[in-house]
Structure formats: C-alpha cells, structure tokens
Write a protein of this length. Structure first.
Length: 292
C-alpha cells in the first residue's frame, strides 16, 4: 500500500487528505500555516511535518494542493532534494500548463515522477471523494497513482503528457465562467419577474438548461448568502491563467475577459472571499438601475 503525504490543507486540501486517511494511505501532512497541519494530524493520528523536507521522509507519494503557480514551484523546489527516487508527486492545484511542465522537469532531475492532477467538484466533491480529476503525465505514473486518485475522486481521466491536466482544468474554468454568468443573469431575471425562486430552481434544475452549478449554487442567490465553496478571488486567479494560455495563441476570450471584469468589481467591493455565486449581486443591480 502506498504511503502518502499531503501538502496544502485549505478548503479543498483538508477534506482530500481526510479521504486519503479513510483509504489507509495518509502518513503525514504539511501546511504553510503550521497550526492547520497540527490540528489535522491530531484529528487523524498522522504526522505533522514542520518542513517540506520532513514531509518527504518515508513516503511513496506526495499530493500538493496550494493556491498559485509560485506556491507550487516553491513547494516542489523544497521537496525535490528530499524525495527518494521513484517517489510520485501529484499536484492537485490549479496552475498554468507551463508551470506543470516546469515542475515535472525540476522533479525529473531527482528521479521523481510528476502528475498534474487538478480537480473539479467544489468543496462538496472534496468532502465526498467524488471529484473529477484531470491528469497529465506519463502512462505508467498515472497507473501507479490510481489508489491515491481513486481515494479522492470519482471521475479520473488521463489527458496526455505533463500540462495536459492543467489545460483541461483551464477548459473547465472557462465553461464555469459562462455558466456562472448565465445562472446569475437568469436568477436575477426570474426575481425581477417576481417568480417563486425555489420553484424555479426545482423545475429548471430538471430541464435542458440545468447544470451542477445551477442546482447547487442558485440556492445561494435565493438566500443572498454566499458561503465559500469556490472563492471569487480564486476563480479570478484561474481565469487569469486561461487568459495567459489563450494569449499564447494570439487569442482573447470574451467570456474570460467579461467574467474577470465582474470579479474585479466584486473584489473591489470586498466580496473576493465569497463563493462565485456572488456574481448574482451584480446581475440583480441591472434590474435595479433607474429607468429613463
């Protein structure tokens, strides 16, 4: 059985680590804020590493789930010298495809394998172990990682070499941007027309225009409460990655640009740590503007 360590215990990372523990795989945890690692280690009866080099001791695989490209590369650079050859590093962060390729090259110098394996499914999916996991890397490494990936996710797909997982996640984030805007506009429209919003969600949630996001996040709009499932500022970060990747092809994506502008407004108003369904705030305002 693989011995696994986990680095990055945020809203997604902590429940993912718990699922690895349920599968009997988790040995050690690390977090940039040490108290989180100590608390989770005490809860699960595993080791809390003080340093990343310590996290690498005696494990077969390390899962990473941190916030940004620079964070991933910093973690990789600290881990790499301490990892035994043939250790497997699985990065579940959302970063650029180029960052994934750099990470793979850095680890290859130490004989360490790498998979970029970003996830989708929100905190609910992380808690239930039902995440969709998009993987880039070598076939043999993908096969070896199956016990780890299956402990965290339900739909696990290998898309190609290093960077392919992140390119797939970027595709997902563009889709999410369009869905977020459409659902927010639709719900604001329904409210302006004085429809019973609970019935709207119940009925249209079974119709052709439905989506996971509509069913699970439109209720936030009804309550005008946006507890973080996926924070505005984090999706804005992801869309900036999409923008940069599209720019490599000489392309500007309208959905990405428009959503980034809306997120900029939300962040400026202090809503950056709310769930992305807070986009509804701006759409409701469209119907509240004075008419000439």
């Amino acid at each position: 059985m693989l011995k696994v360590a986990f680095a990055g215990l945020g809203a997604m990372g902590a429940p993912m680590a718990r699922n690895l523990h349920r599968a009997g795989l988790l040995q050690a945890v690390w977090n940039r804020t040490p108290s989180r690692a100590h608390d989770l280690a005490a809860e699960l009866g595993v080791r809390a590493a003080q340093q990343l080099a310590e996290l690498a001791e005696g494990v077969d695989a390390v899962v990473i789930c941190v916030s940004a490209d620079a964070d991933v590369l910093d973690v990789i650079r600290q881990l790499a010298p301490a990892l035994a050859p043939d250790t497997l590093v699985i990065d579940c962060s959302t970063v650029g495809a180029d960052t994934a390729r750099i990470a793979a090259a850095l680890l290859a110098k130490h004989g360490v394998a790498f998979l970029d394996a970003p996830v989708s499914g929100g905190t609910e999916g992380a808690e239930r172990g039902t995440l969709a996991i998009m993987v880039g890397g070598k076939d043999a490494d993908f096969a070896r990682a199956q016990p780890v990936l299956q402990a965290m996710g339900k739909t696990i797909t290998h898309f190609g070499p290093s960077g392919a997982g992140q390119a797939t996640k970027a595709t997902n984030q563009i889709m999410c941007a369009g869905i977020i805007r459409a659902v927010a506009e639709a719900m604001a429209f329904a409210k302006a027309n004085e429809l019973p919003l609970e019935k709207v969600v119940d009925t249209l949630g079974k119709g052709a225009g439905s989506s996971w996001y509509f069913v699970n996040r439109a209720p936030n709009m009804i309550r005008d409460s946006y507890p973080a499932g996926f924070r505005v500022r984090l999706h804005a970060k992801d869309l900036a990655i999409c923008r940069a990747m599209a720019a490599q092809h000489g392309v500007e994506l309208p959905v990405v640009e428009e959503m980034l502008e809306e997120y900029r407004q939300l962040i400026e108003r202090g809503h950056g740590d709310e769930d992305i369904s807070a986009a509804y705030r701006l759409k409701v305002e469209l119907f509240e503007r004075p008419r000439d």
